[in-house]
Design a binder for this molecule. Structure first.
Ligand SMILES: Cc1ncc(COP(=O)(O)O)c(C=O)c1O
Length: 476
């Protein structure tokens, strides 16, 4: 019996909802034709790690939405905090020196759990706007330091930093650029760190040697561009949408010394990795990264309300503060910067993470998930690589395990596996480039649910392998 679906009582309305969706809702990152022909899957309600659609089908959410529902669904503590705050002071802006208690308390809390060099918190509503704020902070910082030409920002191929015009330029995923004439010309991209595909292609067989090669590439790029034109380097500590790529050993150490040499600031995009996902409050702490800016969103509220934060480190803050002596305004901010109700949701979410020890649990469940996926999928011919950091895990599919030959892109293998997994009752994400599916369940996922995820995925891979054999994509 599907208990969540029974609560909704919506099944008769499902067809009407699907039609209304098709005729009115323009979906992000969705194929318009697919919505027209197949209709959307309409979600209705959720508890813990499980979610149900309006037709009453229940799924284990192996992705926590989009890497974000870290404390799980149905947390009444967060809902109550939202209700209480929205009754008391639902909204007021934070422009012109106005403030509110939830945002003040949240700022204190973020500085308490973040690396100690962070000094101030600037708020927005999305990971994309956090990246835009970082770009403008770097530009402003260099203008104030008398280096207005120092404006270029280096990111990495296949990075995901969002879709707004500046963040979308930093993103290194071709489909985000193609149809929009991006990137803008302040953005540059060096190679992603991909131990499975790129390191062996370059004959780099130790992680340290690969890190040194990547740092050398960055050094060359900065030298070629001219260090006096490069303001920043932005990186996800563990690349998410670009393939779930943990950094090779020594990577951030090697990169950081190049950045220091050229007076280039480091931005850690912790929109996915912040607030426990990799088994530490921030990945910067886990990998000993010393960023000048830390960007966060998603897990700060576990997605219950939209909110982002840019944590501003000492080196940048001290320049801004120094220059402020003439009374200048930092002319950047959003209607919803420091939104009191979103801040109340974030505070309730962080209180749950602390009280229930969910950062440690993410580390522990990350190992259990890894063990379960290794055991459940490791022997399958199509599984080329399994990699993970805490509760972020990627499975890469190949045509040949020995040669690592990729499957043809036209076969859309990962997308089909994600669809087949849905038929077997689990939601996972197919990433946009390589044939990788990502798992990033909530931190409260149980061992039993992890086992069910692995079992369903094994079946889904079996289904798609069978189809690919029939189609002649794989040998029979
Ligand atoms: C690392 C990273 N940065 C930025 C973003 C953009 O966040 P948003 O979709 O909230 O704009 C994402 C979204 O997935 C992300 O993974």
């Amino acid at each position: 019996m599907n208990t969540i679906a029974a609560e909704t009582g919506l099944s008769e309305a499902a067809t009407e909802l699907t039609r209304a969706d098709r005729d009115s809702f323009f979906h992000p990152f969705s194929a318009i034709r697919d919505q027209e022909e197949n209709g959307a899957i309409v979600m209705a309600n959720a508890r813990g790690s499980r979610i149900a659609d309006v037709r009453g089908r229940e799924y284990i959410d192996g992705a926590a939405g989009l890497w974000c529902v870290n404390v799980g669904y149905g947390r009444s503590e967060i809902s109550q905090a939202i209700e209480a705050q929205s009754r008391k002071l639902p909204y007021f802006h934070a422009f012109n020196g106005v403030s509110n208690e939830p945002s003040i308390r949240l700022s204190e809390k973020l500085l308490e759990v973040a690396p100690s060099s962070m000094r101030r918190v600037f708020y927005g509503s999305s990971g994309s706007d956090a990246n835009d704020t970082a770009v403008k902070l770097l530009w402003n910082y260099n203008i104030l330091r008398g280096k207005p030409e120092k404006r270029k920002i280096i990111s990495r191929t296949y990075a995901y930093h969002g879709v707004s015009v500046a963040a979308g330029s930093l993103t290194g995923i071709p489909v985000v650029h193609q149809d929009f004439g991006l990137p803008l010309d302040f953005a540059r991209h060096v190679s992603r760190p991909d131990l499975y595909r790129d390191a062996p292609e370059r004959q780099l067989h130790s992680e340290e040697a690969y890190s040194a090669w990547l740092a050398e590439e960055l050094d060359q790029m900065i030298a070629n561009e001219g260090a006096d034109t490069v303001a920043g380097f932005v990186a996800e500590p563990v690349m998410g949408t670009g393939g779930v790529l943990p950094p090779p050993r020594g990577y951030f150490e090697a990169i950081s010394s190049v950045l220091e040499k050229h007076d280039v600031r480091l931005v850690a995009d912790e929109v996915i990795t912040g607030f426990g996902r990799v088994g530490a409050w921030f990945a910067s702490q886990l990998y000993d990264i010393r960023p000048d800016l830390i960007l966060t969103a998603k897990g700060m509220t576990s997605g219950y309300l939209p909110m982002s934060a840019v944590l501003v480190g000492d080196r940048i803050w001290s320049v801004l503060k120094e220059a402020a002596g003439d009374g200048r305004v930092f002319a950047h901010g959003f209607t919803y910067s420091g939104h009191p109700t979103c801040a109340a949701a974030a505070l309730a979410n962080l209180a749950i993470i602390e009280r229930e020890g969910l950062v440690a649990r993410a580390a522990e469940m990350g190992q259990i998930l890894r063990g379960s996926i290794d055991a459940g999928l490791g022997d399958l011919d199509m599984v080329g690589d399994i990699r993970s950091a805490g509760l972020m895990l990627g499975v890469e599919f190949v045509a040949d395990r020995l040669t690592r030959e990729p499957l043809p892109a036209s076969a859309k293998t990962a997308a089909r596996i994600a669809l087949a997994a849905r038929r077997h009752g689990v939601l996972v994400r197919a990433l946009p480039n390589s044939d990788v599916i990502a798992l990033s369940p909530s931190f409260i996922i149980t061992e039993e649910e992890v086992g069910a995820l692995a079992t369903a995925l094994r079946k889904a891979i079996g289904d798609v392998a069978g189809e690919l054999k029939e189609e002649g994509v794989l040998p029979a």
